[in-house]
Ligand binder design. Structure first.
Ligand code: NI
Length: 168
């Protein structure tokens, strides 16, 4: 398959609520395969389908760059079952090249999703994995990390965001 172009902030697809996957057919398998190529090429920790222009409820997390024991995981139709605690961590997003912001999110998350073989699984995550899951899940809801920063921080970013949205 092939790497796809990553959608940059300003593209309306990033604001859509993504549609559930009804069947893991060849089209979905091809999309996931393209997303794998795309996240690897971009050295991303996470990628959601809307970021390649497909408003579908799929995301993937690949922490192998920061944790040698980690493998890429695909989440289809994910549901957040439980969250706990709160922590501030710096985040970036492939749709916002060069922009990093401290964001407060839940410290722990329990997520249920379907894998590429159609099996349901649950993951209890902390740390950077929890962070990546919550960030990617937001993409499926049309939410972006800049929605979670203070209005002061957003004001300070305004010029850079405007520039990004012009390139998209
Ligand atoms: Ni992102």
């Amino acid at each position: 398959m092939a790497e796809r172009q990553i959608v940059i902030y300003g593209d309306p697809v990033l604001r859509e609520v993504a549609k559930p996957i009804e069947e893991i057919d060849q089209e979905i398998k091809d999309l996931v395969s393209d997303m794998v190529d795309t996240i690897k090429e971009a050295n991303g920790l996470g990628l959601a389908a809307p970021q390649v222009g497909e408003s579908r409820r799929i995301f993937m997390v690949d922490l192998s760059a920061v944790d040698m024991t980690a493998t890429l995981k695909v989440f289809i139709n994910p549901e957040i079952i439980e969250t706990e605690g709160e922590i501030e961590l710096e985040e970036g997003c492939l749709s916002f090249p060069g922009i990093y912001q401290k964001i407060t999110r839940s410290a722990h998350v329990k997520v249920r999703a379907t894998d590429l073989d159609g099996s349901q699984f649950e993951i209890d995550a902390d740390g950077i994995l929890a962070r990546a899951i919550l960030h990617e899940y937001d993409h499926l809801e049309g939410k972006l990390f800049i929605d979670r920063i203070s209005s002061i921080a957003r004001t300070m970013l305004r010029g850079r965001l405007r520039k990004l949205s012009k390139t998209s």
